[in-house]
Design a protein around this ligand. Structure first.
Ligand SMILES: C[S@@+](CC[C@H](N)C(=O)[O-])C[C@H]1O[C@@H](n2cnc3c(N)ncnc32)[C@H](O)[C@@H]1O
Length: 228
């Protein structure tokens, strides 16, 4: 089994030898890869729902790893005991849900050293939440799978200054690193903002006008990134 580039990018950020939980594991592909790649890792595969837990158990059994990877059904970090893991992966969920999951169990969150996060949307919300809670983005990567570009973050505890709106929106490390997919990624962000601007132009309220001026400003800044 080979992970797609999105989940592989998540796996690549997980430190060797760590104690890691894959929260929202679904099929458990990531959890299996994390163990196969480094059997010194302690790996838990957790999911809120029974169907995904059954699927995870099946895939893990077929991989011959039933004794190595435990599957747990539970809501977010609630599937874990305090101090049991120092790393979590949360991939394929909305950024707001990921932040809610991190926030819901402070006794587990406070014991974490690494969080590898791949939000499907609302990346700005998630980044801002991390910085507001004394964490920061240590590393970031773009990855393309099925024609879509994903943002993958390695977050760690430790306060640093809150990045500006553009950095929170597009990713502070992504903006610094400008990897291969950078132009395509920024163009996608511009298209998204232009769709929002078109919707706001249809509305006539004061707040829509205010929103439109902010979105327009964001579009200008994003376009500038493509000219540097
Ligand atoms: C779209 S799948 C993502 C699967 C995998 N992480 C990936 O990226 O390919 C989302 C999974 O998260 C699970 N999930 C949703 N909310 C959850 C929560 N609060 N706690 C744990 N798992 C959750 C769902 O049951 C589902 O299996």
């Amino acid at each position: 089994m080979r992970l797609d580039d999105r989940l592989q990018a998540v796996a690549d950020f997980v430190p060797s030898g760590c104690r890691v939980a894959d929260i929202g594991t679904d099929h458990a592909y990531l959890a299996i890869e994390l163990y196969k790649n480094d059997s010194s890792r302690f790996v838990i595969a957790a999911d809120k729902n029974a169907g995904p837990c059954d699927a995870a158990r099946r895939t893990i059994r077929e991989a011959g790893l039933a004794d190595a990877i435990e599957v747990r059904q539970g809501d977010g970090l609630g599937a874990l005991k305090a101090g049991e893991v120092n790393t979590v992966c949360i991939a394929g969920m909305g950024g707001k849900l990921i932040a809610d999951i991190l926030e819901a169990q402070p006794e587990i969150f406070d014991g974490l050293e690494y969080a590898v996060l791949q939000p499907q949307n609302a990346a700005l919300y998630l980044r801002q939440w991390l910085y507001e809670h004394g964490w920061h983005i240590e590393d970031e990567r773009l990855s393309k799978a099925d024609g879509r570009i994903y943002q993958i973050m390695l977050a760690r505890p430790g306060e640093t200054a809150m990045p500006g709106q553009l950095e929170l929106f597009a990713g502070p490390v992504i903006l610094r690193r400008r990897q291969e997919l950078f132009s395509e990624y920024i163009k996608g962000l511009i298209e998204g903002q232009e769709r929002i601007a078109a919707g706001l132009r249809q509305a006539s309220s004061y707040s829509a006008a205010d929103g439109l001026s902010r979105v327009t400003e964001q579009i200008i800044k994003l376009k500038e990134l493509l000219t540097v």
